[in-house]
Design a protein. Sequence first.
Length: 226
Amino acid sequence: ATGQASVWIDGVDQQNSGATSIRASGSHSLSYANVDCQLLLWVDGDLVEFQKPATYDPIEKLIPTIEDLKPARIGAQGVAFEASHLRILRDVYYIASQTTERQEMVISDYESGARPPRVRANRDYTSYLAQPNLWPELFSRTRTIHFELRADEFLMLGDNSPKSKDGRLWEGFEEGPNPRNEFYVKRDLLVGKAVFVYWPHSWNKIPGTGIPFPFFPNFARMKFVR
């Protein structure tokens, strides 16, 4: 009734709230994100401004637990509501490969070289992730690569992260007495401006039908970049 939205963070006592456009009954579109140590809420496409940033310190949970397999839930108290068109996007782990010096910049995902030896096929990999007791072995094979950016340097990432030959895989070296791998793009090389979204395609069929049509335009996803 007040239009106020509140969020809580485990371990942080103070409640954080912000005003929304919701008043009494009606139909609204809600999006919520918990990413990069911050809670974000959108109502009808508008980002809610909380009293203070809903951020928290990094949580050192390096290995998922069985809790990650539980479905998300929606609850209501003192109100009747109906939810539809639900979609949940969970994290995908992109990692550094277990490789040696010459290839230390190579990245992969768990469907390639980072799997435990006995996980060979994609279906075996999926089955593996459904068994929490096996996760310690899987995640123990990961390691970290750091890309340190200086002022006016930008790390370029591809839209298909585990498959793209982006900045993480570039092999050029800068000039100078202490050269480093040139995995970045300098500010003066960034030209132009993104103005329109015209990709991805519609998964090789006409949307809403089963009719095959390779690279059929996905008109619903096309839009100007604000």
